[in-house]
Write a protein that binds this ligand. Structure first.
Ligand code: ADP
Ligand code: MG
Length: 306
C-alpha cells in the first residue's frame, strides 16, 4: 500500500490537457501530433555518483528532469512529458516532498507533464527519468551532420558545474545542482544547426562524439571559451581543465554554417552563444591559443573508470 500512497501523495497531479491518460492506469496514453516524430531518452541518477549525498532533495528532483530535457533539447525537439522510475531505501516524507516539488518545478518551467513511472524499494537511492518530446518528421538534429568549415558553438558558460562540484560552498554549486536545459535554443536551432550534442561529460569528450559521428575534426580557440568570472581567477591550465573536461554543464554544443549562424544571431535567444572554433577536414580535435597550437589532452567523465 505504501507504494500507492507515495504515488498519490507526491506524483499524481492533475494532467496537462495534451495527455490523454496519465498516472493511475497500466500505461499512459498520448496522441502524437500530425507529422511529428517521437523523440525519447532516459537518464539515471545514482546518489553519491551523479550528485553529492548532501544534495537538497529539491535539487535532485529538478536535476533528474533537467538532464533528460537537455537530451531532448539536443535533438532540437520540444519536450512533452516524462516518466519517473524511483528506487528508494525508505519512505522519508520530507525528502519526497522536496524531491517532488523540485521535479514539478522543472516540469512546470518547461511545460512538461509527469505521466507515469514506477516506485520500488532498494538499498540505493536511484532515479531514472524517461523524457518524451516531439519534432517535425525528419528535423531531428543528430551528432552526425557537421561539415568542414562549420562553426563550433556552445551555449552559456563552460566548466561552472565542475567548479561547483570541486567547491561545494561556492555559488556556482547552483550550476551543478540546478542545470538549465536549453530547450528554447535547441528548438531554435532546428533547420539551422548541422549537428548538436548536450555537454554532460565535458566539452572535449562530447564534441568528440560529434566529430566521430560526422567523420571530421575541429580546431578550438582556447581564448574563445566562455568562462565564468570565478574560473577566470585560476591559472589558464586549470580554467581549460574545467571548461573542456568538466561534466554536468548541460549546455548545448552545436555546429552551424556561417550563413545559418548569421540567421541564428538575428533571433532573440534566451542564452548567450559563443563561437569557439571551426570544423576541419583532418579528424583530430586541436586547440589553438593566439594562433599557436596547444597540446591538450582531456579525458572527460568516464562512467566506468577504474
Ligand atoms: P503497474 O503495477 O501496473 O506497473 P504501478 O502500480 O507500478 O502499476 O503504478 C501505478 C500507476 O502509478 C501507473 O500509472 C504508474 O505509471 C504510476 N506511477 C508509479 N510510480 C510512479 C512515480 N514514481 N511517478 C509517477 N507515476 C508513477
Ligand atoms: Mg509497478
Amino acid at each position: 500500500m505504501a507504494e500507492f500512497s507515495i504515488i498519490d501523495t507526491y506524483f499524481n497531479r492533475p494532467q496537462h490537457h495534451a495527455v490523454d491518460l496519465g498516472v493511475g492506469d497500466d500505461s499512459a496514453v498520448l496522441t502524437p501530433p500530425a507529422n511529428q516524430q517521437l523523440v525519447i531518452c532516459t537518464d539515471t541518477l545514482v546518489a553519491g555518483r551523479h550528485f553529492p549525498l548532501d544534495t537538497d532533495p529539491h535539487a535532485i528532483g529538478w536535476k533528474s528532469v533537467a538532464v533528460n530535457l537537455s537530451d531532448i533539447a539536443a535533438m532540437g525537439a520540444k519536450p512533452h512529458s516524462i516518466l519517473l522510475a524511483l528506487s528508494l531505501a525508505d519512505i522519508e516524507h520530507d525528502w519526497l516532498k522536496g524531491f517532488s516539488q523540485g521535479l514539478y518545478a522543472c516540469c512546470d518551467q518547461f511545460g512538461v507533464s509527469l505521466i507515469g513511472g514506477d516506485t520500488t524499494q532498494s538499498p540505493h537511492l536511484t532515479i531514472s527519468v524517461t523524457a518524451l518530446g516531439w519534432i517535425e518528421s525528419g528535423q531531428a538534429i543528430t551528432r552526425a551532420g557537421a561539415q568542414v568549415g562549420d562553426y563550433v558553438c556552445v551555449s552559456g558558460q563552460m566548466g561552472d558545474a565542475a567548479f561547483g562540484l570541486a567547491h561545494l560552498d561556492h555559488v556556482l554549486r547552483k550550476r551543478l545542482d540546478y542545470p538549465t536545459p536549453r530547450c528554447q535554443l535547441g528548438q531554435q536551432l532546428k533547420g539551422l544547426a548541422s549537428s548538436m550534442i548536450d555537454v554532460s561529460d565535458g566539452l572535449a569528450q562530447d564534441l568528440g562524439h560529434i566529430l566521430k559521428a560526422s567523420g571530421v575534426g575541429a580546431q578550438i580557440q582556447l581564448d574563445a571559451l566562455p568562462i565564468s568570472a570565478a574560473l577566470l581567477q585560476l591559472p589558464e591550465q586549470k580554467q581549460w581543465q574545467y571548461a573542456l573536461a568538466g561534466g554536468d554543464d548541460y549546455e548545448l554544443c552545436f555546429t552551424i554554417s556561417a550563413q545559418n549562424y548569421q540567421k541564428l544571431i538575428q533571433q532573440k535567444l534566451d542564452i548567450n552563444i559563443t563561437k569557439i572554433g571551426q570544423i576541419t577536414q583532418h579528424t583530430d580535435l586541436t586547440f589553438v591559443q593566439n594562433g599557436l597550437d596547444h597540446l591538450l589532452h582531456f579525458s572527460g567523465y568516464q562512467h566506468f573508470a577504474e
